[in-house]
Design a protein around this ligand. Structure first.
Ligand SMILES: [Fe+2]
Ligand SMILES: [Fe+2]
Length: 205
């Protein structure tokens, strides 16, 4: 068997779907590498800034790395703007959807809301509400998203910054997307891990 017998899904049988499941499992294993290839295409998008979108993504993740952030934060930060490719009007939600099955709920929330939180830095210059983030006042992860934006996102447009390469983060991306999806031990609803860990940061260059 090298393809299914059916032409309409409702006509498929157990053999067809067992065959497809096998293929999907193999395809799923390539998710991390497909995402990193997509990140590389960000190198061409959105000109006008002093760094490319890939440069910004890597710089954000590098700052997170130097802050001692854990794997979930690093991978989430690296991918936080990947939605720019296909979803320029809700790039934050798009990235969060990709991350949601594989990282802590805290990180998914922060990535999903970062667009609203970033408004604090430039909303007034584009006729948007700079205080959009106030809609989430009191939320468990409000301060985390504010810190993410302040330390890693808004700061990472500097061409002079010593940014690490994609290869530095590649093993971490592979590790995260090889996890069992929606594993409660990974998602840990309500859990908070610090963005900045000085003792870990001290071990990283
Ligand atoms: Fe963004
Ligand atoms: Fe960003």
């Amino acid at each position: 068997m090298d393809q299914v017998k059916f032409t309409a899904m409702k006509d498929g049988d157990r053999e067809d779907y067992a065959f497809l499941t096998e293929h999907e499992v193999a395809f799923t294993k390539g998710t991390a590498d497909r995402l990193m290839t997509a990140l590389e295409t960000l190198d061409e998008g959105l000109s006008g800034y002093k760094v490319t979108r890939l440069g910004h993504s890597l710089q954000s993740a590098t700052r997170a790395w130097r802050d001692g952030a854990d794997t979930d934060w690093l991978v989430s930060t690296l991918l936080h703007d990947i939605g720019d490719i296909f979803a320029p009007f809700n790039h934050d939600e798009y990235a969060a959807s990709i991350l949601k099955p594989f990282v802590r709920g805290q990180c998914t929330w922060v990535v999903e809301k970062h667009g609203d939180f970033q408004m604090i830095y430039y909303g007034e210059h584009v006729g948007a509400n700079p205080h959009k983030r106030d809609a989430y006042a009191g939320h468990r992860y409000f301060d985390d998203c504010a810190t993410f934006c302040e330390r890693w996102d808004q700061a990472s447009f500097d061409p002079a910054y010593d940014t690490l390469t994609l290869d530095h983060f590649r093993p971490l991306v592979r590790e995260v997307f090889a996890r069992a999806p929606y594993d409660p031990a990974v998602i840990r609803p309500g859990a908070r891990e610090p963005l900045v860990d000085a003792s870990v940061a001290a071990t990283r260059a």
